[in-house]
Design a protein around this ligand. Structure first.
Ligand code: GDP
Ligand code: GDP
Length: 468
């Protein structure tokens, strides 16, 4: 995990050109996961020996409607919230425009770290604009030419210490995790468990590992407090709350649990103030260690970009997910609101279809029993093993109902299916021409598995393999 850089600025200043240069030719890496980065491009950047994630906010120029300004603004704000560092690009040839001031203002308000770049600065035509750039109040501009590749080593030099800070954080957090006796989950995955093995069930020796993630002020500490029924954490809207632990061992109504406190992790990593905002990477880290991820939303501002991003990451990492909507005590129109929430959930996080959505009030404790149940059941489904015999009976029925397509006249034969592992459930289908299998058919099977074997709220992996 490294840091995330967002390239922002008004249209036509050269953001995409820079993005392409950083990501290189391999644009296939660009992330177009539905729901999360619909208008934002994301790629793996390389610059010298630095590796990081880069987000591009371009691509809106084609939009001709009058709401362009507003959309661009929203998009920029989203990118800024997702990023650890922002690269604000202005056009050195055009000089500073009123739109630049608007974007600079957004950044001053929202971003932890901003790097100013004056692009198209090759040759002399850029010189005047370069000096104007100072008036944006974002410090000294970096002189770039994205098109000609000038200024790249200067950019690398500015990013270098940031990259080091992040690497240091990683190390400290990893050490803190180790001190707490934790191992990343990927190491715990067992491939060949016998069917009757129940060792995954939470026990005193192996408490269920839960991460509570969400945007600042969603109520994470309040919730954890309520759960441990003691005042171990201070709560409050003010920043920089002190906590002394990255994880807490509790028995919640008889359920042995280890809860990761993402804010606590940040404290442990002792980063400087400027980086305090970086809750996304903290959440990420917790996700890696958790079996069940509770995405805690604030009912007043649900499904913000940060929430979507972390939920999507939990899915990609293969964790069981429970979505909990907090501060439910403040809602008046509960029924209508719940309907709204479910709709947004389906639309924005289709990859988490069927994941439990529960409403809670961390403050009053209402709904915590529902959350408790949802966590247990999500964990159970995540560990579910289905016998090969059952799977193959099911597969035959699915094939009869809807035979696989024959792309280019080639029949794809599905022969046999088995569950390769649990946590999350992963299945292998042996077939001819696995490379020709259309995604739509794979989705048909995954959705079928989910429905017929009652597996909501867990990622399901399905791999097509040829016999040889
Ligand atoms: P975006 O809308 O900010 O993503 O901008 P683009 O990357 O699409 O670039 C807009 C235009 O500026 C394109 O015609 C680019 O070729 C041009 N451009 C980008 N970078 C440079 C540069 O460093 N120098 C010059 N002269 N033109 C550039
Ligand atoms: P964190 O940043 O996610 O750990 O959020 P906190 O637990 O510090 O809570 C932020 C603010 O929201 C505090 O003022 C809490 O008192 C308040 N809060 C948390 N949960 C609830 C809730 O269920 N209902 C109401 N009304 N306020 C809550």
């Amino acid at each position: 995990m490294s840091f995330t850089l967002a390239i922002v600025g008004r249209p036509n200043v050269g953001k995409s050109t820079l993005f392409n240069r950083l990501v290189g030719k391999k644009l296939a890496l660009v992330d177009d996961q539905p729901g999360v980065t619909r208008d934002l491009r994301e790629g793996d950047a390389r610059l010298g020996h630095l590796r990081f994630t880069v987000i591009d906010t371009a691509g809106l120029e084609e939009a001709t409607d009058e709401s362009l300004q507003g959309r661009m603004r929203k998009l920029t704000e989203r990118a800024v919230d997702m990023a650890d560092v922002c690269l604000f690009v202005m056009d050195a040839r055009a000089g500073v425009t009123p739109a630049d001031h608007v974007f600079a203002e957004i950044l001053r308000k929202r971003s932890a770290q901003v790097i100013l770049a004056a692009n198209k600065a090759e040759g002399r035509a850029g010189e005047a604009g370069l000096f104007e750039a100072y008036e944006l109040g974002l410090g000294e501009p970096l002189r770039l030419s994205a098109e000609h590749g000038e200024g790249m080593s200067e950019l690398a030099a500015v990013l270098e210490p940031i990259s080091e800070q992040f690497a240091e954080r990683e190390k400290l957090a990893a050490r803190a995790m180790e001190d707490a006796g934790l191992t990343p989950l990927t190491d715990l995955d067992v491939d060949e468990e016998p069917e009757e093995d129940e060792s995954w069930r939470p026990s005193d020796k192996r408490p269920l590992q839960v991460a509570v993630v969400g945007r600042p002020n969603a109520g994470k500490s309040t919730l954890i407090n309520k759960i441990i029924k003691e005042d171990r954490l201070l709560t409050g809207p003010e920043a920089g709350i002190t906590r002394d632990s990255i994880s807490l061992r509790v028995d919640w109504d008889g359920l042995p649990m280890r809860i990761f406190d993402t804010a606590g992790m940040r404290k442990k990593a002792k980063v400087q103030d400027k980086l305090e905002k970086l809750s996304v990477s903290d959440g990420l880290r917790a996700v890696k260690f958790a079996e069940v991820v509770v995405v805690l939303l604030d009912a007043a501002i649900p499904f913000e970009q940060q929430d979507l991003r972390i939920a999507d990451l939990a899915e990609r990492e293969g964790r069981a997910v429970v979505v909990a909507v907090n501060k439910w005590d403040l809602e008046d129109e509960k029924q209508a609101k719940l309907k709204d929430l479910r709709e947004s959930f389906e639309r924005l996080l289709p990859q988490l279809r069927g994941a439990p959505l529960v409403t809670v009030s961390a403050k009053t404790g209402r709904g915590l029993d529902r959350l408790h149940k949802a966590i247990i059941s999500a964990h159970e489904v995540w560990n579910r093993r289905i016998s090969t015999a059952k799977l193959n009976r099911w597969l035959i029925a699915m094939l009869e109902q809807h035979p696989p397509p024959a792309p280019g006249g080639k029949r794809i034969r599905l022969r046999y299916m088995t569950q390769a592992k649990t946590r999350p459930p992963a299945f292998v289908v042996m077939c001819s021409h696995p490379d020709l299998m259309p995604d739509s058919y794979t989705r048909y099977l995954v959705n079928g598995l989910r429905a017929d074997f009652d597996m909501p709220g867990t990622p399901i992996r399905l791999y097509m393999r040829s016999q040889s």
